[in-house]
Design a protein around this ligand. Structure first.
Ligand code: ATP
Length: 299
């Protein structure tokens, strides 16, 4: 029997610049995505009907609302086959952690079903289908480092020299992305947050291009961070603890609550991870490097 497994990375937002709320309720974003070596995997097996099983956190839905199931259904409609597959998801990306784990699983399901059904749609079509599922899905297909415009789905890859070493602090319990955007709007309406057109920082682009970890650490920036901190005040202390322990920079990943800390080398990441694990701030501390490729089949 044909079985296809696809591995897919988490993302951290190196910069997330949020414009004013649009008439359709969304925000224009400028998003610098960076794929890191924390992976989920999705295995698809031909079956009598569509089903989802999850290895890992129990908070992930196993019905048709699972983003991997939605991806399999959308691809099947596009190709003209029945979505009769068993999807098995091994989760290592935190759930509702601001690292786009659900979107990653959708991207992995698209690649896995495309291989299983031998539809050979090509990246452009998969990117379009991915954008229909969610604005973070196309980046999980592409991987690497990329600037995302619009709601984050119009992607341009960014040239990066070398590798960056990260430590991630997972919180106990997630934050809802819509709730964080709503808090961002509330803070801005009350005059407490930035109100600007989204943009990419030149310093960030230069640091990526030259492989300058110290420069990247200084340039990390997330407009959703004040909102995440407002909803979860303890995150402020967690970020400060990482800086006090020598991180080159610290930032809330996406809508949080995962905190990302940049280290100067793999050895520095080892030390920083051990030191952060000794603090009371995180349920789990993980190391990763980036950039890494997007969703790809495992041999
Ligand atoms: P983002 O960074 O894109 O805002 P996130 O990392 O904060 O997302 P996800 O882990 O993608 O959040 O999950 C958000 C919600 O999506 C979960 O609370 C869960 O109910 C739902 N969900 C649907 N499918 C999945 C999936 N395959 N894995 C995880 N969550 C899923």
């Amino acid at each position: 029997m044909t079985v296809t497994t696809v591995r897919v990375p988490a993302k951290v937002n190196l910069e997330l610049s949020v414009g004013p709320v649009r008439e359709d309720g969304y925000h224009d974003l400028v998003n610098v995505f960076h794929a890191v070596s924390l992976f989920d995997s999705v295995t698809v097996t031909p079956a009598e009907e569509l089903s989802v099983s999850v290895e890992g956190p129990s908070s992930v839905p196993t019905g048709p609302d699972n983003l991997a199931a939605r991806a399999a259904t959308l691809l099947a409609d596009h190709v003209g086959v029945r979505p009769h597959v068993a999807l098995h998801i091994r989760k290592d990306i935190p759930v509702a952690g601001g690292m786009a784990g659900g979107s990653a699983d959708a991207a992995a399901a698209l690649v896995a079903c495309d291989a299983l059904w031998e539809s050979r749609l090509g990246l452009e079509t998969l990117l379009e289908l991915g954008a229909e599922i969610g604005s973070d899905v196309p980046f999980a297909l592409l991987g690497g480092t990329a600037v995302g415009l619009g709601r984050g789905e119009r992607l341009t890859s960014v040239e990066v020299t070398g590798e960056f070493h990260w430590v991630f602090g997972y919180a106990d319990g997630g934050l809802s992305t819509p709730a964080v955007y709503a808090e961002c709007d509330r803070l801005r309406a009350a005059g407490g947050g930035p109100q600007h057109w989204p943009r990419v920082s030149d310093d960030l682009m230069t640091a990526l291009k030259t492989g300058d970890a110290a420069g990247l650490g200084r340039a990390l920036d997330n407009d959703l961070q004040p909102a995440a901190l407002s909803l979860r005040p303890a995150l402020g202390e967690a970020l400060a603890a990482g800086r006090a322990l020598g991180a080159l920079g610290s930032v809330v990943s996406g809508s949080g609550p995962t905190c990302a800390f940049l280290a100067s080398s793999a050895a520095h990441a080892d030390e920083l991870a051990a030191a952060l694990a000794d603090t009371p701030h995180f349920a789990q501390v993980r190391q990763a490097h980036g950039p890494v490729p997007g969703a790809e089949p495992v041999n």
